[in-house]
Write a protein that binds this ligand. Structure first.
Ligand code: SAM
Length: 279
C-alpha cells in the first residue's frame, strides 16, 4: 500500500501537530514487527495506528491487536485497511486519556508503536505508571531520544533513569527520514525496552525515588548538593551530608550518577523522614 497515494485519495493532509510521519517502507515495517518477537498468543497495544501499515504486520503475528488512534480522519482508513483482520480492535482515543489497566484488564501485553514525537516522554510516563505494565515496548522514536534512553552514567537524564528503572532499553534499528511520509526533519531509531518484573535497584518507595531523582535533575549543570538541596527543600549542607553518607561527592552533577547511586540516596533520604518533604 502506498501511504501517500492512500492519503491523497482520502483527501487527508498529514498533521504535523499530531506527529504524523507515516511509515511507508516495507523493510522498516518488517524490522519493527520482527524486533517485537510477537508470539501467536500475544496481545499487542499499538499507539497511534495512523493508516494501519504497522497494524497489519502486528495483526499477522499476534492473537489480538488493540490499535489506538486520536485522529478521527484516519478511522475510515484504518477500518478499511484492517477489514480482513477480526483480531484488531480500533479505538478512537488520546492514549494519554486511556486507562491502560482497564483496557487490558490484567492481561499481559506488548506495546509496539511508531510514536508521535511531540509527546514521547508523556507516553513513556503513562506506560510506566500503569499498574499492569507491558512486558516489552518496541518504540520508534527520534534518534536523539533513543540515545538518551540507553545513556550511561556521564550522560544520564531523568528520562534515562526512568526508562532504566523500569526496563532494559536497547537500540535495535536506525531509520532514515526517507522511510516515512512525510519525511521528518530528524533521524529515528527503534528502541526495544524489556520491562523488569521488579526494578533492578532496591528503593524505599517509587515516589520517593523519583522525587529525589527529579530534584537532582531539577537544575541543569548544578552541583548535586545545590540541585538536591533546592529540589528537596533542605539546606545545601544537609544535602551535602546526605550525599557524603551515600558515598557520593557532593560536587558531582546529576548526569554522572548510576541508578544504584540514586537508589542509595533515596534510601537514606527516606530513612531520615522523606515524608516530611514529599508533597
Ligand atoms: N503507526 C503509524 C505508522 O507507523 O505509519 C503512524 C505513526 S505517526 C508517527 C503517529 C500517530 O500517532 C499518528 O497517526 C497520530 O495521529 C497518532 N497520535 C498522535 N497523538 C496521539 C495521541 N495522543 N493518542 C493516540 N494517537 C496519537
Amino acid at each position: 500500500m502506498n501511504v501517500k497515494y492512500l492519503l491523497e485519495k482520502m483527501d487527508i493532509q498529514p498533521k504535523k501537530s499530531l506527529g504524523q510521519n507515516f511509515l511507508q517502507d516495507p523493510n522498516a515495517l518488517e524490522k519493527i514487527a520482527n524486533a517485537a518477537d510477537i508470539a501467536p498468543t500475544d496481545t499487542v497495544l499499538e499507539i497511534g495506528a495512523g493508516t494501519g501499515t504497522l497494524t497489519v504486520k502486528l495483526a499477522q503475528r499476534a492473537a489480538q491487536v488493540l490499535a489506538v488512534e486520536i485522529d478521527e480522519r484516519l478511522l475510515p482508513v484504518l477500518h478499511s485497511q484492517l477489514r480482513d483482520f477480526p483480531n484488531v480492535r480500533i479505538y478512537h482515543a488520546d492514549i494519554l486519556q486511556v486507562d491502560l489497566d482497564a483496557l487490558l484488564s490484567g492481561r499481559p501485553y506488548l506495546v509496539v508503536a511508531n510514536l508521535p514525537y511531540y509527546i514521547t516522554s508523556k507516553i513513556l510516563r503513562h506506560l510506566f505508571e500503569a499498574r499492569n505494565k507491558a512486558r516489552r515496548l518496541i518504540l520508534t522514536v527520534q534518534q536523539e531520544v533513543a540515545e538518551r534512553l540507553v545513556a550511561v552514567p556521564g550522560e544520564m537524564s531523568l528520562l534515562s533513569v526512568s526508562a532504566q528503572f523500569y526496563g532494559k532499553p536497547r537500540i535495535v534499528a536506525r531509520l532514515s527520514p526517507s522511510v516515512f511520509y512525510p519525511r521528518p526533519e530528524v533521524a529515528s531509531a527503534v528502541v526495544r525496552i524489556d520491562v523488569y518484573d521488579k526494578p533492578p535497584v532496591e528503593v524505599p518507595d517509587e515516589q520517593v525515588f523519583f522525587h529525589v531523582v527529579s530534584a537532582g535533575f531539577g537544575q541543569k549543570r548544578k552541583q548535586l548538593k545545590n540541585s538536591l538541596g533546592n529540589g528537596l527543600a533542605i539546606s545545601h549542607t544537609a544535602a551535602a551530608d546526605l550525599l557524603m553518607r551515600a558515598g557520593i561527592d557532593p560536587m558531582r552533577r546529576a548526569e554522572t550518577l548510576s541508578l544504584e547511586e540514586w537508589a542509595t540516596i533515596a534510601r537514606l533520604f527516606a530513612a531520615q523522614g522523606a515524608h516530611l518533604f514529599v508533597q
